[in-house]
Design a protein around this ligand. Structure first.
Ligand code: ATP
Ligand code: MG
Ligand code: MG
Length: 404
């Protein structure tokens, strides 16, 4: 993909935006972009630099993402709403074309990494609650105040405010920022201009300043799979590449498969409550370490049909009116609202699954299910809003019931 229209090749020490940002290391990548840790010489802070592929459709998507991110940052001057902040954006010309770049606040590991780090065993419920509160605060802001549907909520797209391993956190590692290309990492373009040299000197001065002011943040490296004491679970919602304004949804097929709401499969129209469905899937995954629904294509039925069957086994039958009410309903359901090709369902309600398979206590299972099941209502308009979810007693519980 490192060709015309594709990704921009970056080397450590590369300057961006006239030398303001210096690339430090690769943080991740997606279908649209590569994301780099960069040092902002103006603010003396680390930032995440998202460099979009250059082809027209990617540029268009980036313009949209920047528009959404700008609305998010403008509406939250105090940065208290658990959504990533856009710091800057600019164009960068490279051998593969013009790349739109977004400068985002630097965040830590994703919830997916946190789940893996915990060996897919599920997190303690007090941590799950803390993360749920953050995500819901973000969703409440997006939905109620901005009218934005994220439409791709999943563990990869929720980032912790810090890294799991402090040694990987540039702020805590103690290493100074890289301000120029290391030896051997040669520059293939024109020789360095005087301006660039000046900028470098400025960057070096800025770095000297930060190493003086940075507060020493000690702390031990937590052992994988053991206590999560060391991890502060503040988190933020990222990746607004698929977000849309609630009053003009543009795509029919939204969301990543396992986090997709039934109305999207049935094509009965959707609202911000699709994010609430995905949120419930994430909460289940955090608490158990397993995805809630993992549909697969089988003999004589599609992935979509398996998905609907799995939903019903966990949550009960889809009411006939809803099952038959979507543009695609006829592909899956007969006129009675029964699946055409999957006839026998093995019903097992959520609370029972939590006890049987995940060894929850009866109390924990019942309380968690009381919180989650309403969010997974087949009738989208009956799902509570993020604001209503935040009022639920399950989120207010601080200790296990035995301790209350
Ligand atoms: P997708 O294919 O999911 O749409 P994308 O190209 O839109 O991907 P993002 O999902 O925004 O890119 O980012 C890709 C990865 O980069 C993330 O999964 C994460 O690992 C990392 N990343 C993104 N933003 C940040 C940030 N602000 N701080 C730290 N890491 C980040
Ligand atoms: Mg992503
Ligand atoms: Mg994206």
């Amino acid at each position: 993909s490192y060709r015309k229209g594709g990704y921009h090749a970056v080397r450590i020490g590369d300057p961006f935006a006239g030398g303001r940002y210096i690339a430090q290391k690769k943080l991740g990548w997606g279908q649209f972009s590569t994301v780099w840790l960069a040092f902002d010489t103006q603010s003396s802070k680390y930032v995440a630099l998202k460099i979009q592929k250059s082809a027209a459709q990617f540029a268009q998507a980036a313009i949209h993402e920047i528009e959404v991110l700008s609305a998010i940052s403008d509406g939250d001057p105090s940065d208290s709403r658990c959504v990533v902040r856009l710091i800057d954006n600019f164009k960068h010309a490279g051998p593969n074309g013009q790349h739109l770049c977004m400068v985002l606040e630097f965040l830590g590991d994703s919830l997916l990494r946190l789940i893996k780090y915990n060996h897919y065993k599920g997190l303690e419920l007090c941590k799950v609650r803390e993360i749920c509160r953050c995500i819901l605060m973000g969703l409440d802001y997006l939905h109620r105040e901005l009218g934005i549907i994220h439409s791709d909520l999943k563990p990869e797209n929720i980032l912790l405010a810090t890294t799991i391993d402090p040694a990987k956190d540039p702020l805590r590692s103690g290493a100074p920022p890289i301000l120029e290309r290391p030896e051997g990492n040669t520059y293939t373009g024109v020789t360095m201009s005087i301006i660039e040299k000046k900028l470098k000197r400025r960057a070096r001065r800025a770095a000297a300043k930060i190493s003086e002011t940075r507060s020493p943040m000690g702390g031990t490296i937590p052992k994988p799979g053991k206590s999560m004491e060391g991890i502060n679970v503040q988190c933020k919602i990222v990746d607004f590449g698929n977000a849309c304004w609630a009053d003009k949804p543009f795509a029919e097929e939204i969301q990543t498969r396992q986090y997709r709401a039934p109305e999207v499969i049935l094509q009965s129209g959707y609202t911000s409550s699709v994010d609430i469905w995905s949120f419930a899937c994430i909460a289940f995954e955090l608490a158990t370490g397993d995805m809630m629904l993992t549909p697969k294509e089988g003999q004589g039925f599609s992935e979509d049909e398996d998905h609907l069957a799995l939903m019903m086994e966990l949550l009960g039958k889809i009411p006939r009116k809803i099952a038959t009410g979507g543009a695609r309903s006829k592909d899956f359901f007969d006129k009675y609202g029964d699946l055409k090709r999957i006839r026998r369902l093995k019903f097992r309600p959520l609370d029972q699954l939590l006890v049987d398979k995940y060894k929850f206590t009866e109390d924990d299972a019942r309380r968690f299910a009381e919180f989650l099941v309403p969010l997974l209502d087949f009738a989208p308009e009956k799902r509570p809003t993020a604001q209503q979810c935040l009022q639920h007693p399950w989120l207010a519980m601080e200790k296990s019931p035995a301790q209350i």
